[in-house]
Design a protein around this ligand. Structure first.
Ligand SMILES: Nc1nc2c(ncn2[C@@H]2O[C@H](COP(=O)(O)OP(=O)(O)OP(=O)(O)O)[C@@H](O)[C@H]2O)c(=O)[nH]1
Ligand SMILES: [Mg+2]
Length: 351
């Protein structure tokens, strides 16, 4: 299963335009709101220079980059948590995603209707934030009712969960999302099942037409912190339809790789590589995954029947020139079940 990023935002802000540019899938894009109803889902290759470097040395027949999934979700409006617009259903779609890219409209175009009348990034950002918080509040309230019913004073874990949810509820009611206050690891596990929306890592994407179009004031800056990008999505869509030689000729360059990598980083994902007979391939795991867990991404046998793994850092492999030579030089180390896979490891699993 790959990691997925939900594309979220008000209607008519360029979400499907972004999705199309990323995935090259022909989805419906139109200047009226609620064009997207059912979510569009697509996989995108994660750019990785290391894979190219390894390829130069290993010369495999097939190179397979790792992927990340993007989900283009219906536009969200004020009051969505109460069923306004397309209402609640899309909020459930956000719940299934690991992270959020929030598209915020900065481009002006009178032919593309703005449901909130006029471009105003700060206001739009607040609308989305409030909807996510209100949805979480609803989730907490439901969970509290259920837990109170089942309450058993001897069940220490349930009591702790109940107390934590009460605290979360107070914070949400004061406009504080779950990612805004620190949770211990145990607390994090206690509430994992709820998949709260305001807990998901988020990247803000300002959809601009001209570089000078957006002046981020201090308040907006403190909100989006360093987690934002400014892209011209219409231009990105156009670039995605050109061939490499055409983009070179026109001196255009896509910035979508930046976005894909930002998503990868915000999810704290790392990459390892495998080299089998003909194929060199990149795989995605969460930082801190063990060798068997990582093996499980490749094949379930590599997790279940794991005995050991042979590991070399990609740069050492390149220096040695081949896997065989790396082994002769003693650069390949043998690791066991407890080994935590490192970013850039080249691994051979032994079962
Ligand atoms: N001028 C300009 N128009 C854009 C830009 N991005 C998107 N558009 C236009 O805005 C309209 C809406 O774009 P979509 O990508 O369909 O927007 P959406 O957010 O998916 O909208 P819904 O699915 O209705 O929520 C289309 O006519 C796009 O061509 C941009 O950067 N500049
Ligand atoms: Mg759309």
């Amino acid at each position: 299963m790959s990691f997925s990023v939900g594309i979220v935002g008000l209607p008519n802000v360029g979400k499907s335009t972004l999705f199309k540019a990323l995935t090259k899938k022909n989805v419906e894009i139109a200047p009226y709101p609620f064009t997207t109803i059912n979510p569009n889902i697509g996989k995108v290759f994660v750019p990785d220079e290391r894979l190219e470097e390894i390829t130069k040395v290993i010369k495999p027949e097939k190179i397979t980059p790792t992927t990340i999934e993007f989900v283009d979700i219906a536009g969200l409006v004020r009051g969505a948590h109460k069923g306004e617009g397309l209402g609640n259903q899309f909020l459930a779609q956000i719940r299934n995603c690991d992270a959020i890219v929030e598209v915020i409209r900065v481009f002006e175009n009178e032919k593309v209707e703005h449901l909130e009348k006029g471009v105003n990034p700060k206001r739009d950002l607040e609308i989305v934030e409030i909807e996510l918080l209100m949805k979480d509040l609803e989730t907490v309230e439901k969970a509290l009712v259920k837990l109170e019913k089942e309450k058993n004073l001897r069940d220490k874990e349930k009591i702790r969960k109940l107390d934590l949810l009460k605290e979360i509820k107070e914070n949400l009611a004061r406009g504080k999302g779950i990612s805004d206050f620190p949770l211990s690891e145990t607390e994090g596990l206690l509430i994992k099942e709820f998949q709260f929306l305001s807990q998901k890592p988020i990247i803000y994407l300002f959809n601009i037409n001209k570089p000078q179009e957006l002046e981020i004031d201090e308040e907006l800056k403190s909100k989006v912190d360093s987690r934002y990008l400014m892209l011209n999505l219409k231009l990105e869509e156009e670039i995605s339809e050109l061939s490499i030689s055409e983009t070179k000729e026109l001196n255009l360059e896509s910035s979508l790789d930046q976005l894909i990598l930002a998503c990868y980083n915000i999810l704290d994902l790392i990459t390892f590589f495998t080299i089998t007979g003909r194929e060199t391939r990149a795989w995605t795991i969460v930082r801190g995954a063990s060798a068997p867990e990582s093996g499980g991404k490749v094949h379930s046998d590599f997790e279940e029947k794991f005995i050991r793994a042979e590991v070399i850092n990609w740069q050492e492999l390149i220096k040695a020139g081949s896997l065989k030579r790396s082994k002769e030089l003693g650069l390949v180390k043998t690791v066991g079940r407890d080994y935590l896979v490192q970013n850039g490891d080249v691994i051979e699993f032994k079962i």
